[in-house]
Design a protein around this ligand. Structure first.
Ligand code: CMC
Length: 496
């Protein structure tokens, strides 16, 4: 039973030369198919047809050229029927499977893909990741180059949102627009004051971002591009202010209003840490470190929170509500909450000498090594590399975080250990970022908020792309229903 796939496809960009005995066409096809199946990982189906050049290695050398289509043929072994489906960009359309039925009135074949392990939900042109090679690019630019060369976070935000680097004039206009929107309505402050003194800052952040939709009701006109741009600018301008107010609220400290003469990161540091009336001087090393951290977190293609943004956005709700939903998805310890979990883990380990015992427990299935592993990266997360290097600059200013030595030892052991090597578990962005945040004076429960500020840019870029994509509709996955069949209601008195 089941479906049998015969793969007849490959790429024109990969003209495959292989040696086959061409005793018969049938013999040739079987070998060609097997060979091509093995090459299935080959990417770049940029052209529609491809050629296989078969060279007979026997004494009667004969050259054979076959042109094969970019399609996949599926044979349904339940019925013996064959289906030829088009392949585009290395994918088939799940909806094309619906024609595969046993009976005419069947619903038709679907794919089953819990957690979207192998489903492309959209076409995107924003962020590219090659998880095996450890590559991350925003709009084509490698993350290492961006981190090295970008002058400011807002420059990168422009790139992520608009697709191109801004020229000097465009950057100036863009910066000024964002700076015009850093203040929040005084009623937003009142709303925030309603939270308990010990409320989690991420809870305050999510609720306040959602509440912005009530201040800007026009935001629901999501099909109006100019209106959409206005909300994007507002959100990018206001999220650092809301984040800093959430922190000050939890500390019982008066709110500090935005200083638009400072950079995005510098202003945020001031709103967070300015005490009393004395002037606050932004430390340039910490400002630079925070700028880099913001840049590294700006987007990461279709991760959990971004998918949430797209799913919520697909109902055409306003961007404040969608961003709040995405931030909620980010909060969990398997996603943006992992850097906080790393610090808790390092606290629990407490001493370098306990590292081998901790690793042993992880391998026995008693917990995870937080900050390790990734759904996409099966190599060192390129963001973690940049952060690890930067940690030393920050510690020069703040003093060395004593947990760094435990982290380095954990990494050393894990990278040599067969358990982690076999599963391709490497440090991810969260492994070292928490150590830096902590050294800079951010409290642990504030870490996910620090992630949400820059990721707002990525969420909005993806939201905009979704709304401009004519192939997208309201998100509505299917299910495989295995619950009870129809049955009759039983009155309370008759229930056992
Ligand atoms: N420590 C120990 N074992 C692990 C870890 C880990 N951190 N991550 C995965 N594994 C094991 C897992 O138990 C499984 O083993 P087995 O094959 O024996 O069952 C195998 O590796 C495959 O793991 P998986 O759970 O199928 O992988 P996934 O793609 O579903 O999960 C992940 C990815 C990030 C949720 C997971 O690696 C994890 O929980 N890591 C720790 C949390 C963390 O650091 N999250 C931050 C992610 S990066 C920031 C972001 O982009 O959100």
């Amino acid at each position: 039973m089941g479906i049998f796939f015969l793969i007849f496809a490959n790429s024109a960009s990969h003209v495959i030369r292989n040696t086959f005995r061409a005793q018969s066409d049938e013999y040739f096809h079987v070998h060609a198919r097997n060979f091509i199946s093995k090459q299935w990982h080959i990417r770049n189906f940029s052209l529609h047809l491809f050629k296989v050049v078969a060279v007979n290695c026997s004494s009667q050398v004969a050259s054979k050229e076959i042109t094969m289509p970019d399609t996949i043929t599926i044979v349904d072994n339940r019925t013996g029927k064959k289906f030829e489906l088009p392949i585009t960009h290395d994918t088939i359309k799940a909806i094309d499977l619906r024609q595969i039925k046993v009976k005419d009135d069947d619903f038709g074949m679907m794919t089953y893909d819990p957690a979207f392990m192998n489903t492309a939900s959209c076409i995107s042109r924003i962020t590219y990741i090659d998880g095996d090679k450890g590559i991350l690019r925003y709009r084509g630019y490698p993350i290492e180059q961006i981190a090295e060369s970008a002058q400011s976070f807002l420059e990168v935000a422009y790139l992520v949102l608009k697709g191109e680097l801004p020229n000097a004039k465009q950057l100036e206009v863009w910066r000024n627009k964002i700076k015009m929107h850093t203040l929040v309505h005084e009623n937003v402050k009142t709303l925030m004051e309603g939270f308990r003194y010990d409320a989690h800052p991420m809870g305050i952040f999510i609720s306040t971002v959602a509440a912005l939709s009530t201040f800007y009701p026009e935001a629901k006109k999501v099909r109006d591009a100019a209106n959409r741009e206005a909300q994007i600018i507002r959100l990018i301008g206001k999220v650092p202010t809301i984040a800093a107010f959430a922190y000050r609220h939890s500390k019982g400290m008066p709110y500090v209003y935005p200083d638009n003469d400072l950079t995005y990161a510098g202003n945020f540091l001031k709103m967070m840490f300015k005490a009393g009336e004395s002037p606050y001087k932004v430390n340039p090393v910490l400002e630079h470190a925070l700028t880099i951290l913001f840049i590294l977190h700006a987007d990461h293609e279709q991760n959990c929170s971004t998918s949430a943004m797209r799913v919520i956005g697909s109902s055409e709700c306003d961007p404040y509500s969608a961003t709040a939903g995405a931030a909620a998805a980010l909060w969990g310890p398997l996603h943006g909450g992992a850097n906080e979990a790393v610090i808790h883990m390092l606290d629990e380990i407490a001493d370098i000498k306990n590292v081998p015992g901790f690793v042993k427990e992880v391998k026995e299935g008693k917990g995870k090594l937080m900050g390790f592993g990734h759904r996409v990266y099966k190599n060192y997360d390129p963001r973690a590399k940049v952060i690890k290097k930067m940690a030393y600059d920050v510690f020069e200013v703040t003093g060395r975080n004593p947990k760094l030595d435990i982290a380095l030892e954990l990494e050393r052991i894990a990278l040599e250990d067969e358990y982690f090597v076999k599963r391709k578990l490497y440090p991810n962005v969260d492994f070292y970022s928490g150590l830096i945040y902590q050294a800079m004076g951010f409290p642990l429960d504030f870490f996910p908020v620090l992630f949400a500020i820059p990721r707002t840019v990525g969420w909005l870029a993806q939201w905009q792309e979704l709304l401009d994509d004519s192939e997208q509709k309201i998100s509505r996955p299917r299910q495989v229903f295995l619950g009870p069949d129809a049955r009759n209601w039983v009155p309370t008195i008759d229930r056992k």
